[in-house]
Every structure is written in structure tokens, then in C-alpha cells.
Design a protein around this ligand. Sequence first.
Ligand code: UDP
Length: 327
Amino acid sequence: MGGTVLVTGGAGYVGAHGCKALSQAGYLPVVYDNFVHGHEEAVRWGPLERGDTADRARLDEVFERHRPVAVMHFAAFTAVGESVADPGKYYRNNVGGTLALLETMAAHKVRRFVFSSTAATYGLPDQVPITEDQPTRPINPYGHSKQMVEQMLLDFEAAHGISSAMMRYFNAAGASPDGDIGEDHDPETHLIPLALDAVTGRRPALTLFGDDYPTPDGTCVRDYIHVGDLADAHVLALDYLAAGGATRAFNLGTGTGVSVREILESVRRVTGHEVPHVVGPRRAGDPPVLVADPSRARAELGWSPRLSDIDTIVATAWAWHQRRGNG
Ligand code: UDP
């Protein structure tokens, strides 16, 4: 395979890793990004086109110029708390922007779509590990915005023959082992970068959100997946779609749960320092346990995580963190 792939949000954390993996697999990634959260220095593997996903005229121009064989759609707002405070921002960008993108694809007869979805579509799951056929009942506007797009994708497949791989990420984490790309959110809300910042003193002690959950050590359990493994799954999804695969959701996680306290232990092992922390109240909307059953991605995409044991995730994040701190 090969050819040009339009990568929205390609200047962001997961999107930049996607571009790198595409380039290594022989594709040309064309980044389409509005730089609300993206970083120009993360665009290294192909041309850059500035633009907003809601801008039909600009999208038409870019599709005309580059004639992509497929689209990988990473561009989205992703902060759960912000989505509760300002749902319009999330529906406008994540739903409205994706609609404009899909209509552009239909007009230009581009029929392969890889979509960044989320485990947040499941809400409070009935059972863990979570399989893709469990009901999706999101509990915040961010999750709703992604679920709505998944519904649109089924309708666009029926009407326009656009097939989609809906990639339901669990907890994306880690940095490129080469040290060239990593996580740099503003504001940062994610556990591992906040724990590393607490170790270096760049931020105050971490607040551990609740230690009275019904889990073995009382803290929330999540399924952390290395961003490089996520990127690999996206490239494999292109093969799946090229082989005629139908629109389908894929869980991207390891199948192994790790508690917040186990993350802090891993940070101690990797950095040699205890994470300064205080135990605070639970954060609203945090389910006690979210763990993927990733069997479908393994069976149908041939995907298996390579970099996702927790010490590797933390070590790559730590290397990136130190490099960024120095630069
Ligand atoms: N967490 C925490 N303190 C923080 C940030 C996160 O205790 O400052 C916990 C959070 O409650 C959750 C886990 O760490 O159980 C992962 O949170 P994160 O925000 O990284 O990802 P999420 O699971 O919300 O997607």
C-alpha cells in the first residue's frame, strides 16, 4: 500500500505519532490542523495545510490539491471537564467539524476513514473487560460528541460507501522512544505527565482523586496504551479498509488494568523519586475501572501492543519530559 493520507489534527499528540507511523509504512501524511492545540514542530513527515475541519471551502482546496486515498481524523477537543462547562464548543467542533469533513469526503469520493473515538463512549460499563458490543452510554458531552460521530459514520457508509474504523482509545500515554514527539497538553489534566511534573517540582504535589473506590488498592484502574501502539493500529486499520473491511469499532487497550497507585509506583521505579502526592476527593465522572477487551483489534487488524507495559510507557514519557524541560 501507500499513497497520500490526509491527517487532521496531525500536529497533535496522537496525530503526530500517526504521521510518523504512516511515513514509516510508506504513506505520505498531509497534516491538516488549525493549531488551536497543535504544535508546528510536530509536523515532520509530510506537508502541512492549515485549516479548520469545519471549513468546507478550505477542505475542498486541500482534497483537490493532495487527492488523499484515505483520511485519519484525530482533530478534536478532548477535555472532559471543559466539555461539561462548554458543550457547544464540543458539539460544534467534534460533531460539526467532522460532518463537514465527511461531506467533503463524499464529494471527492474518498471512502476510507480512520476515526479517533474513545472509551468514553461506553460511560459506566456494565462489565469489564469491555467488548465493543457493549452499549455506548456516554456520561459527558465529550463522549456524546464521539458517539454521535460513530452514528454518522454508519449512516455515511450506507449512503456514500465511506467505510470507517472507529478506534476507541483507552488511556493514551507515553512518548516516542526516539524522543522526537511526546505529550504537551495545555492545560495538562493527565495522570502521568502530572506525576512527572510533581517529581521535578515543575508543579505542586499530585492530587490523587479518591482512594476509596471498590478496587484492590482503592484507586481507579485504567488501561494505559502507548501512543506508538495506537499509531500502529491506525496504519493497520488502513489495510483493513483497503481489503474491503466494513465500518467497525475497535478497542485500543492492552486488556490489563493499572491503578493510580501502581502508576505512582512505576514513576518511582523509573525516576528514582517518590511522587509527592495528597489524596483528594473523587473526580466527578470517573468510573472505578475501565479496561479494554482488545481481542477484536488483535484478530481483525493483526494488532498487538509492543510498547505498552507500564514501565516502558512511563520511561518514554520521562525521557521526553526531561528533554522538553531542558529545551
Ligand atoms: N488522576 C488523579 N490525579 C490527577 C489526574 C488523574 O488521581 O491529577 C486519576 C484519575 O482520577 C483517573 C486516572 O488518574 O483515575 C487517569 O486519569 P487521566 O485524566 O489521565 O485519564 P482519564 O482516565 O480521565 O481519561
